[in-house]
Ligand binder design. Structure first.
Ligand code: ZN
Length: 313
């Protein structure tokens, strides 16, 4: 942003992007948030915010490394000055470790993440819980470590008014990223730690991880507005060529995004849909403005149920 006027995106398509930005500048897009991983290869925090604003997008979800690069205080100032909604901070979690010192280090790191989320006024802190400790085959033990870790950070999260959003990940990540793999499993943990459904803990529902779940509708309805804290979107490509970095743009895969959104809203969540696309072979190679332009088009065409978007509680 420094030294650059809005519209000089550093993109090779600045003229094209500028024209569309002018057309769109008249209206703020309701209901669309951009997870900044989607343009992480193109833009840091400051440029990503400027890019979103050019395309009429006023909700974002940054990652902690992006905050660290600019400084949390400066990121929070930009959020405040621009009046942005932060639909989540990515991410805390990764609780399992081989020894007690490792588990305590994870808890300490999560405490810092809660403070960062509070500074941003984020709707939630997204938790990717972690998988097996190195060398371990004890999946049940890892899941116990996750439950213990989340329980340990919940008091600070409550005090800071930062809801914790457990994000169940597709089971292909059970070993290395998340041994929390289904909506039912995540909601069971929420019920164990917060039986009163206070809103202090819930789930981040990502279509990429959960679209295949036969219990999708039942579990989203079970979650309800107290537990549904975030709705991440992208698409599942056939074939998927990389387990981590081959997510599709909405409309390029097989997920019924409108149908899923209808269930999410029936469950009581009408907050923004957050586009989160890791795409080393495709979208990370395009200009940030082109990515956002397609995000907006596909969102408007394929993802909305037709209902209004609610403000944060
Ligand atoms: Zn996600």
């Amino acid at each position: 942003m420094a030294g650059k006027s809005p519209g000089s995106a550093g993109s090779t398509q600045a003229g094209e992007g500028g024209r569309h930005a002018t057309e769109r500048g008249r209206k703020t897009l309701e209901g669309l948030s951009i997870n900044l991983a989607t343009t992480r290869q193109q833009w840091g925090f400051r440029d990503a915010v400027e890019g979103c604003l050019r395309h009429g997008i006023r909700a974002i979800a940054p990652w902690r490394d992006q905050l660290a690069a600019i400084g949390v205080a400066e990121a929070a100032r930009i959020v405040r000055d621009e009046g942005l909604r932060v639909t989540g901070l990515c991410r805390g979690g990764f609780f399992p470790a081989a020894d007690a010192a490792g588990r305590q280090a994870a808890i300490d790191d999560n405490h810092r993440a809660i403070e960062d989320a509070a500074a941003l006024g984020a709707d939630c802190l997204v938790l990717v819980t972690g998988g097996l400790p190195p060398g371990s085959r004890d999946l049940a033990g890892a899941r116990t470590m996750v439950a213990d870790g989340v329980a340990a950070i919940l008091p600070l999260a409550r005090a800071a008014r930062v809801p914790l959003a457990l994000e169940p990940l597709h089971p292909m990540y059970a070993a290395d990223r998340s041994c929390l793999n289904t909506l039912a499993q995540a909601l069971d943990l929420c019920d164990a730690l917060d039986p009163a459904r206070t809103g202090a803990i819930g789930i981040a529902f990502d279509v990429y991880h959960c679209w295949w779940d036969p219990q999708l509708e039942a579990q989203l309805l079970r979650a309800g507005p107290q537990r549904l804290l975030a709705h991440h979107i992208c698409d599942w490509l056939v074939p998927t060529r990389d387990l981590l970095t081959d997510r599709g743009m909405m409309g390029d895969g097989v997920i019924d995004l409108k149908g899923v959104r209808r269930i999410v809203e029936a469950a009581g969540f009408s907050g923004p849909q957050e586009v989160e696309i890791f795409s080393a072979g495709n979208w990370w190679k395009k200009s940030g403005d082109e990515v956002l332009e397609v995000c907006v088009e596909r969102f408007l065409e394929l993802c909305r149920s037709g209902h209004a978007v609610a403000s944060p509680p």
